[in-house]
Design a protein around this ligand. Structure first.
Ligand code: WQD
Length: 338
């Protein structure tokens, strides 16, 4: 059974990817600080797969700890999620973001090289595109236009991986650019666990519908979009998790040393469309009002996903409606626990 180290494996996308790995015959080993997660998620993973995957509570900046895990486990591949990802926080605390997100990758790459672990799936983001000039955005679009320090940590990490490839380093990497991950596992054993007040749209919607937040503010209705609200490419987290398995399979067969892939639905939905879809699919009313644009937001983005379909043999199977239903079921499960 192929051992795959999953850093940040108890996070939102990481936990769903651990489940997908087990279902595809891999042995995931979770590394996480639990700084942005909760043991609840590890319990949820175990309920879905029927056993507790190996877990090491370590920080990828701790090179000694990382080294001991590689010595113990000798993984054949790494999926690297561990990073800070709150756009707004990165603006107010850039050093925290550059330090964690870049030093973690540097230490990981150094230890991987020492233990001859040659396959890396790297968690990147559509945020590297900023506001693209043309839509849908393809992988050849300029990917050095991030609108936040968080986004620039992804630009720098992608560049580091490419420079290693150019230098002839015997590493093979799949750089995955996520659009907007949403939803939860249909079992409602795992899902998104925002710390404090959610930044992202879907958890804010479900917490408002659950009465935790008084109302949703739709950030802006004067964009040059069909209904004036922002447009994004929302991808179900279960589809996104499957893409990581497809990327591992690609790494096992490709001759390339590095390549990047857009992972999205391949279409845009507006904020107001999502709000109305939530009320339609759940039957729950959602108090919301239109507010001013949010600083740092781009107007609209959605992906050209033909490369992932062609090269990875992957495409989404689930819809935004599926994601909204699963996110709401997860929110209700959380309410049962509290
Ligand atoms: C989506 C839309 C908001 C909250 C971020 C990161 C990106 C990725 C996904 C990591 C926007 C609107 C939101 C609310 C609203 N993360 N909105 N009211 O900003 O597109 O992307 O998360 O990789 O890197 O940048 O996601 O969910 O915050 O916003 O109207 O209360 O929803 O204005 O148009 P975003 P988001």
């Amino acid at each position: 059974m192929k051992k795959v180290l999953v850093t940040g494996g108890s996070g939102f996308i990481g936990s769903h990817t651990v489940v997908a790995l087990v279902e595809s015959g891999y042995e995931p080993i979770i590394l996480d600080t639990l700084e942005n997660s909760d043991p609840l998620i590890l319990e949820g993973i175990s309920k879905i797969i029927g056993f507790a995957p190996k877990f090491y509570q370590i920080d990828c900046r701790d090179k000694t700890a990382l080294w001991s895990v590689f010595q113990q486990e000798q993984p054949e591949a790494v999926i690297h999620f561990a990073a800070y990802k709150a756009v707004g926080e990165s603006v107010s605390e850039p050093l925290k973001y550059y330090s964690n997100n870049i030093v973690s990758l540097i230490h990981l790459l150094e230890v991987m090289d020492r233990f001859e672990c040659r396959k890396l799936v790297f968690s990147s983001s559509c945020t590297v595109y900023g506001q693209p000039d043309t839509l849908p955005v393809t992988e050849t679009s300029d990917a050095h236009n991030a609108a936040s320090p968080y986004g620039y940590t992804k630009v720098v990490c992608e560049q580091l991986i490419r420079d290693l490839a150019k230098a002839g380093c015997p590493l093979q990497s799949a750089i995955l650019r996520y659009f907007n991950p949403v939803g939860a596992h249909p079992s409602a054993h795992i899902g998104e666990l925002p710390i404090g007040v959610p930044n992202n749209l879907i958890p804010y919607i479900t917490q408002t519908a659950a009465g935790i937040r008084p109302k949703l503010i739709v950030h802006g209705s004067d964009y040059d979009t069909p209904d004036g609200s922002g447009v994004r490419d929302f991808i179900h987290v279960v589809d996104l998790a499957e893409a990581h398995v497809a990327a591992l399979r690609w790494l096992e067969s490709t001759a390339l040393s590095a390549d990047d892939f857009n992972l999205g639905q391949g279409k845009g939905d507006s904020v107001l469309e999502v709000v109305n879809a939530f009320m339609r699919v759940t039957g729950v009313s959602l108090p919301f009002e239109i507010g001013p644009r949010r600083q740092g937001d781009i107007e609209q983005i959605f992906a050209d996903v033909s490369k992932a379909k062609r090269e990875l043999g992957w495409q989404t199977k689930l819809t935004i409606e599926d994601a909204l239903k699963d996110a709401w079921r997860w929110q209700l499960r959380l309410a049962e626990r509290s």
